[in-house]
Design a protein around this ligand. Structure first.
Ligand code: AHG
Ligand code: MN
Ligand code: MN
Length: 295
């Protein structure tokens, strides 16, 4: 089967990555089913390594994913934004990084959120060029998974923990439509604010507080999402290993582009497990313009 004929992303995955993807799909109904009673801050939890309070749902999803993923032969390590240290099951094998619940502040307001995962072929922290697969489960009106493997991105409906076979090819459309930028307007840098002035004349605002839900709009309709560097936080808010690199891997496989302001997020060195990075992803033209604006 030629490169173009390979039907979808999962068909390009080897046996271990396939098992990882299937395990994450299997947890989706359990995560989704466990959200209703876990909307409150966990009284026992203090803060996650990024200094954010943890919902009971964050910890529930994290423990479920660690348990299922470390049980897979070929997975040697699990890390998440909710825990300080890497959990090791073996001194070799893939390392899986998860954001167990991205956009968990949307739980209280019952808005979309999801699970981000990245499969690295190196010990974490590792740069995005060590990703062999990445994706996200989106808990929207329906549960879907976006998955990228070997430069190909596909979307699957997840039904009862199974990926439906009729995958949809994920290719970011040529004509961009939506934008969404995080952080407070007065906290944006001057150069970024000037970029926004131009973009908001061309696209329409779609920002919902969960990166993957906002990114899924960008992949579906074309456009740009950013959680940029802020005056108060020069590295922005989002984490490279758990959010920026995996999402960049999906977006670039879908024909889009990513940037930390200077280069692809896949080329940003990962020195610390929880390091933050400015995230800009979407239609290539808007990312090129973003890099020129910040230059
Ligand atoms: P998480 O819930 O995993 O910490 O992620 C939340 C992130 C990201 O999903 C979203 O883009 C951003 O935080 C929203 O931040 P604001 O609430 O500052 O808009
Ligand atoms: Mn997140
Ligand atoms: Mn999270």
């Amino acid at each position: 089967m030629s490169d173009q004929d390979t039907p979808h992303a999962l068909a390009r995955a080897g046996p271990t990555v396939t098992r990882v993807v299937e395990a994450i799909a299997e947890t989706a109904p359990e995560v989704r089913g466990g959200l209703a009673g876990r909307r409150m801050y966990d009284p026992e939890a203090d803060e996650n390594p990024s200094g954010e309070r943890q919902l009971a749902a964050d910890l529930y999803a994290d423990e479920l994913l660690e348990d299922r993923l470390l049980a897979i032969d070929g997975v040697g390590g699990y890390a998440s934004e909710e825990r300080e240290e890497l959990s090791l099951a073996d001194d070799e094998g893939y390392h899986v990084a998860c954001d167990p619940l991205d956009g968990s502040s949307n739980l209280k307001s019952n808005n979309a959120m999801g699970t981000i995962f990245g499969v690295y072929d190196a010990a974490l922290p590792a740069a995005g060029d060590h990703l062999v697969a990445a994706g996200y489960v989106l808990y929207g009106p329906i549960t879907t998974m976006a998955l990228a493997v070997d430069g190909h991105a596909s979307e699957y409906v997840v039904t009862d923990g199974e990926l439906e076979p009729d995958a949809v090819d994920l290719t970011i459309p040529d004509d961009p439509v939506v934008y969404g930028f995080g952080g407070r307007v007065p906290d944006w840098t001057e150069d970024f604010a000037a970029y926004v002035d131009a973009v908001e004349d061309e696209l329409k605002l779609r920002y919902g507080g969960a990166m993957i839900a906002d990114v899924n709009q960008v992949v579906t309709y074309g456009g740009v999402f950013a959680y940029p560097a802020l005056e108060s936080a020069p590295k922005g808010k989002l984490r490279l290993v758990f959010e920026g690199a995996p999402i960049a891997y999906v977006i670039e496989a879908a024909g889009g582009a990513s940037s930390n302001g200077e280069r692809s997020l896949l080329d940003v060195e990962a020195d610390e497990l929880h390091q933050r990075v400015p995230v800009h992803v979407g239609s290539a033209g808007y990312i090129e313009r973003l890099e020129r604006a910040l230059d």
